[in-house]
Design a protein around this ligand. Structure first.
Ligand code: 8X3
Length: 251
């Protein structure tokens, strides 16, 4: 079945790979993001199954105006992929930038919340739909410098589970995807404010997940029969595992 899918943060990284994969699967994708030229290039590449839609998820008015600001034939969104999100900084919390913290909350928490609130009523009215939220292993496993990034993803995970509690009895599904280390995106370069060397060091001498792996997971959860809801899906590269609790020994 061909579905209409709304992907936020579609101009790069996971969002771009998810868009490409879902179009290959036969779906139509509203590719939303801030960088119009990139979205247009994606639409030109993938053809009429992609609708480029300029959107900043932190712009509450633009998000609240959805889905009516979409062309009529695209308003009945079947699947929302809340992918837009970012990490900024890895300094310890007592030195971290408050502005970085505010930006993460505005995108990862408020933006995702507003997107969901905008598109969920239509899904409930049609008694069919699927919200897929991009959380992270950082939602559950703390690490130094993770502070607000991890906390924002913990919000995403708990929000997803609470949405399920509201939606049980409707045909609307909710899935929380929780990837660990993923390479091949601007995630770490953004986190380190453009420092490419620091970003590259994160992935040195290992094989992380890549955006195609995330797109594969999205494709899978969407394609399952309507009576199957994957609540949470935690993914790590084989080279990663959760470690022991921290112990600081005396010298
Ligand atoms: C990305 C995973 O470990 O960099 O969400 O926080 S991690």
């Amino acid at each position: 079945m061909s579905l209409t899918v709304f992907v936020t943060g579609a101009s790069a990284g996971f969002g771009r790979a998810i868009t490409q994969r879902l179009v290959a699967d036969g779906h139509r994708v509203i590719a939303a993001g801030r960088r119009r030229e990139r979205l247009d290039a994606l639409a030109a590449d993938l053809g009429p199954a992609v609708l480029a839609h300029t959107l900043d998820v932190t712009d509450a008015a633009s998000v609240a105006a959805l889905p009516d600001t979409l062309p009529e034939a695209w308003r009945a969104v079947d699947v929302l992929v809340n992918n837009a999100g970012l990490a900024l900084g890895m300094d310890p919390s007592y030195r971290a930038s408050l502005s970085d913290w505010d930006t993460m909350v505005a995108t990862n928490v408020t933006g995702l919340m507003h997107m969901t609130r905008a598109l969920l009523p239509g899904m409930v009215a049609r008694n069919t739909g699927h919200v897929i939220n991009l959380s992270s292993t950082a939602a559950l496993y703390p690490y130094p410098g993770g502070h607000v990034y991890g906390a924002s993803k913990a919000f995403v995970t708990q929000f997803s589970l609470n949405l399920r509690a509201d939606l049980v009895g409707t045909g609307v599904r909710v899935t929380d995807l929780e990837p660990g280390l993923v390479g091949g995106t601007d995630f770490s370069t953004t986190r380190f404010h453009g420092d490419g060397d620091k970003a590259a060091a994160v992935y040195a001498n290992l094989t992380p997940l890549n955006p195609l792996d995330i797109a594969e997971a999205v494709s899978w959860v969407i394609g399952l029969p309507a009576h199957v809801n994957i609540n949470r899906l935690e993914m790590m590269p084989t080279c990663q595992a959760s470690g022991p609790l921290a112990l600081k020994r005396q010298p």
